[in-house]
Design a protein around this ligand. Structure first.
Ligand SMILES: Cc1ncc(COP(=O)(O)O)c(C=O)c1O
Length: 379
């Protein structure tokens, strides 16, 4: 198999990630912060180490300001449903994933004022329109990297606009974390992440990190339950991170996420970005050279998360993807990628695109073979 669906979930995982998950399941086993045995302390150690690793990765000075969830979708839901009430204004963009647009639709049905600020045909937010739309907004929620085009938003400028308006800025880094550097130094108030894509962990992990200046009491907790702390009380703890977490942690998953972040740190994001540009750049140029092909991506001088979304004239994206899978065992994704509004923005609705997303282990040979396969299809 040639696996080119890393924007969905990264694969293969580094050996260290596989070993960390397996070691937890085989040798630790116990529940973090529950039980009296050394294994329970080891389990808690994994959770605390992972919290610290995530905090450092995003430049968050206090690891108690990191909470874990099942994925970024849950994190975004906690932030949106925990902060936005009927009558509140929220600004987002036309390039968002359903993880943002669906909770916003529910909130709009409950009386929130939801505004989608426009982006250009390559997916970049129109900052002038955003500056106007943001007036009076309690919260802005945007992705850092688009899962359709790989376009990376200008977080520093967007943060400045939000700050000058007193608006909380929630940033979805599902596609960019582990590829493009992103830290609180660039200005967001909340960073929501998923563990199983660029961070190289396994599915079932994700969460949110908060900046020092953000008051986490502004988010009402949506779930209450066991935390392993203050067990004698019937009321859920009001201190971080427990107030926004409830129930048994995904210990094996967090062991994998910790190993994934350590792997990224050992190589360095600059090196990873360079390698991804080499591989994805070759793939994009090769597809652009095929008659009738269009690649939807930012201009070469802009940051890019290395996803190659394309169409072929007079071809349905489902049949291209089906051919690549059936005839060449190439794993990719076609259609809307859970982001129909992004396709309307870049002009690929209702056909969608075929998305090829290389990972850090993709080889040049795999790229050559994929290009050959797409050329064969188009002939
Ligand atoms: C930009 C973006 N946001 C959110 C998500 C949702 O991620 P998860 O399913 O891990 O919650 C995705 C997944 O593809 C994404 O690309």
């Amino acid at each position: 198999m040639i696996y080119l669906d890393n924007a969905s979930t990264s694969w293969p995982k580094p050996e260290s990630v596989v070993n960390a998950v397996s070691d937890y399941v085989r040798n630790i086993g116990a529940s973090p912060a529950r039980g009296n045995c050394t294994a329970a302390l080891d389990a808690l150690g994994v959770v605390l180490d992972c919290r610290e690793a995530v905090a450092q990765f995003f430049g968050c000075t206090n690891s108690l300001n990191v909470i874990f969830t099942h994925n970024v979708t849950w994190a975004i839901n906690i932030a949106l449903h925990g902060m936005i009430k009927s009558g509140d204004k929220v600004v987002s963009s036309t390039m968002e994933h359903n993880a943002v647009t669906r909770p916003l639709t529910t909130l709009a049905e409950k009386g929130a004022d939801v505004v989608y600020s426009p982006c250009d045909s390559r997916g970049h937010l129109d900052l002038d329109a955003f500056r106007k739309n943001i007036i009076g907004a309690k919260l802005a929620v945007l992705n850092h990297g688009s899962n359709v085009t790989g376009t990376v938003q200008d977080v520093v400028s967007i943060s400045e606009i939000c700050r000058s308006n007193g608006t909380v800025f929630l940033l979805d880094v599902a596609q960019s974390a582990g590829i493009v550097p992103i830290t609180f130094a660039q200005g967001p108030d909340i960073i929501a992440f998923t563990g199983h894509k660029g961070l190289l962990g396994v599915p079932g992990t994700g969460g949110m990190a908060f900046s020092d200046s953000f008051d986490t009491n502004r988010i009402q907790s949506l779930a209450q339950g066991g935390t392993g702390s203050l067990s004698e009380e019937s009321r859920h703890p009001d201190f971080m991170p427990d107030r926004l977490e409830a129930g048994t942690m995904n210990g094996p998953g967090l062991a994998g996420l910790l190993a994934g972040i350590e792997y990224l740190n050992s190589i360095g994001l600059d090196e990873i970005y360079k390698r991804k540009m080499l591989i994805a750049g070759k793939l994009a140029r090769g597809i652009e050279a095929i008659p009738g092909a269009t690649v939807f991506k930012p201009l070469p001088d802009k940051l890019w998360t290395a996803v190659v979304s394309f169409t072929l004239a007079d071809s349905c994206t489902a049949s291209i993807a089906d051919y690549l899978s059936r005839e060449h065992n190439i794993c990719c994704r076609h259609g809307f990628h859970c982001a129909a509004s992004a396709h309307r923005t870049i002009g690929t609705f209702p056909g969608g695109t075929v998305r090829l997303s290389p990972g850090i282990f993709t080889t040049m040979d795999e790229i050559e073979n994929t290009l050959e396969a797409v050329r064969n299809y188009s002939e």
